[in-house]
Design a protein around this ligand. Structure first.
Ligand code: URA
Length: 429
C-alpha cells in the first residue's frame, strides 16, 4: 500500500512542537494498528506527545482515530436511557458494584465494560469473580438482553473496542509514556465513546493511591476528558475525588464484594455510601432522571433487588458464601495516639502482595486475599488495638505485605488530622 505520510515526518513535527494535522493523526493511528508504523516509531511519537502535548482539536481527532480502529456498540435500540461511569482507579474502589444496580433500579441502563486489575489497584471483574459461578464474558447479544431486562451489566470489555488503544497502552506501559494526559484521556474516552453510552460520569481520583498524585494534573485530565466526551455528543461530567486514603474498610476481591453488599443492604462505610450516592445522582441527572433519590433506593431494598438480578443473570450464586482467606494476621497500634496516616498506596500494595492483585496479566488472584481496616485517619487508638487485618491463603506473603505498610500507617501520640472532603470538585463544560 502506498502510504500518504512518512512516520519520521510525523514524529519530527511533534518533536518540534507543531500541531499534527487531522490527516496525519488519522494515518499514524491507523498505520500503527496495521503494523506499518513500527513500535519504536510510535514510542518516539508518544514521548514527543508527553513532552509537547496536544491541543483540544488534536486530542479529539486522535480519539476519533482510535475509535475508528474497531467496532462501535449501539444502545439506541434499548427502551432505557444509558449512563456509564468510569473511575481512573484506586484502592478499595468497589463503587461500581453497588452503583450499577443502584442506577439501574431507576430504569436506566448501565453498561459497565470493565477490566481486571494490574498493579496496586484492583479490577472490578476480579472482585465479581469471587462470587461462585459468576461469568465475566458475555456476547454483545447477551449484554443487550441483560441491559433491556435487568438494566445493569458489568462484564469484560470485548477485544473489538478501540484495538489501537490496546496496542498503544501496552507500548506506553514499557516506554515511560503512560502519564501523558492527552494519551490517558484519549485512551479512556475512545473506549467509552466506542461503547456507545449516552451519558458518562467520570470519577477522577487524586492522591497517593491514584494514578494522578497531583490535584492540578487530575483537574487537567478531568477537564480534557469532559471536553472530549461533550465534543463527541456524550453528556459527560467528572467528579474529582480523594484517593489518599483507601475507600471504605476493605481492599481485596471478596472482601470488597461483601462490603458492597452491605451498602446495598442500606449499611456500609459512610465514605462508600457518600461516593456511591454522589455518582448515582450525577448518572441519573445525566440520564434525564434528576428527581430520583438514590439514597432511598439503598434504604428500601430496590438497589439490592437489582444487584441480585444482575448477578443471577451472569450465573452468579447470589446467596453463596463468599471465599475467605485461609490465614489472617493483625496489625496493631504500637502506641496510644491518633491514626494520622493510612496511606492508600501502602494499603494497595499490601493487598496486592497478599494475593489480591497480579504482577503479570496472566497471573491468578486469590479471591479471599486483602486488607481489612479497623480504623480511619483521625481515630484515636490505644496501644495493641487492631488497625488492620491482613488476609491471604499463602502466609509467606505476610512479611512483604507488612514491609509495604512501613511509613504508611502512622499513630502519633500528639497528632491530629482532619480528613479533607471526599468529593473535591465537579467538572462540567
Ligand atoms: N486507563 C486507560 O484505559 N487508559 C489509560 O491510559 C489510563 C488508564
Amino acid at each position: 500500500m502506498n502510504e500518504p505520510f512518512d512516520a519520521v515526518d510525523v514524529i519530527v513535527a511533534k518533536r518540534d512542537g507543531h500541531r499534527l494535522t487531522a490527516p496525519q493523526i488519522d494515518w499514524v493511528v491507523d498505520a500503527y494498528t496495521r503494523g506499518v508504523v513500527a513500535e519504536e516509531q510510535m514510542s518516539a511519537l508518544a514521548m514527543a506527545i508527553l513532552l509537547n502535548g496536544m491541543d483540544r482539536g488534536e486530542i479529539a481527532r486522535w480519539t476519533a482515530a482510535m475509535i475508528a480502529s474497531g467496532e462501535r456498540l449501539d444502545f439506541s435500540g434499548l427502551s432505557r436511557p444509558t449512563a456509564d461511569k468510569h473511575s481512573t482507579g484506586g484502592v478499595g474502589d468497589k463503587i461500581t458494584l453497588p452503583l450499577a444496580p443502584l442506577v439501574a433500579s431507576f430504569g436506566v441502563a448501565v453498561p459497565q465494560l470493565s477490566g481486571r486489575g494490574l498493579g496496586h489497584t484492583g479490577g472490578t471483574l476480579d472482585k465479581l469473580e469471587s462470587i461462585p459461578g459468576w461469568r465475566a464474558a458475555l456476547t454483545n447479544d447477551e449484554m443487550m438482553t441483560q441491559l433491556e431486562q435487568v438494566g445493569a451489566v458489568i462484564c469484560q470489555a470485548g477485544s473489538g473496542l478501540a484495538p489501537a488503544d490496546r496496542k498503544l497502552y501496552a507500548l506506553r506501559d514499557v516506554t515511560g509514556t503512560v502519564e501523558a494526559i492527552p494519551l490517558i484521556a484519549t485512551s479512556i474516552m475512545s473506549k467509552k465513546i466506542a461503547e456507545g453510552t449516552g451519558s458518562l460520569v467520570l470519577d477522577v481520583k487524586v492522591g497517593s493511591g491514584a494514578f494522578m498524585k497531583d490535584l492540578d494534573r487530575a483537574r487537567e485530565l478531568a477537564r480534557t476528558m469532559v471536553e472530549l466526551g461533550t465534543d463527541a455528543g456524550v453528556r459527560t461530567v467528572a467528579l474529582l475525588t480523594d484517593m489518599s486514603v483507601p475507600l471504605g474498610l476493605t481492599a481485596g476481591n471478596a472482601l470488597e464484594v461483601r462490603e458492597s453488599v452491605e451498602v446495598l443492604a442500606g449499611g456500609g462505610p459512610a465514605d462508600v455510601v457518600e461516593l456511591t450516592v454522589a455518582l448515582a445522582r450525577e448518572m441519573l441527572d445525566a440520564a434525564g432522571r434528576p428527581d430520583a433519590d438514590p439514597a432511598r433506593a439503598l434504604a428500601d431494598g430496590s438497589a439490592m433487588d437489582a444487584w441480585r438480578a444482575m448477578i443471577a443473570a451472569q450465573a452468579g450464586d447470589v446467596d453463596a458464601e463468599l471465599p475467605v482467606a485461609r490465614e489472617t494476621e493483625v496489625v496493631v497500634a504500637e502506641q496510644d495516639g491518633v491514626l494520622t496516616t493510612l496511606d492508600a498506596y501502602a494499603v494497595g500494595v499490601a493487598a496486592w502482595r497478599l494475593g489480591a492483585g497480579r504482577a503479570r496479566k496472566e497471573d491468578p488472584v486469590q479471591a479471599g486475599a486483602g486488607v481489612q481496616l479497623h480504623a480511619r485517619p483521625g481515630d484515636r487508638v490505644r496501644a495493641g488495638q487492631p488497625i488492620l487485618t491482613l488476609h491471604t491463603d499463602t502466609p509467606e506473603r505476610f512479611a512483604r505485605a507488612r514491609e509495604a505498610l512501613v511509613g504508611g500507617v502512622v499513630v502519633d501520640e500528639a497528632g491530629s488530622t482532619t480528613p479533607g472532603p471526599l468529593v473535591i470538585d465537579r467538572i462540567a463544560v
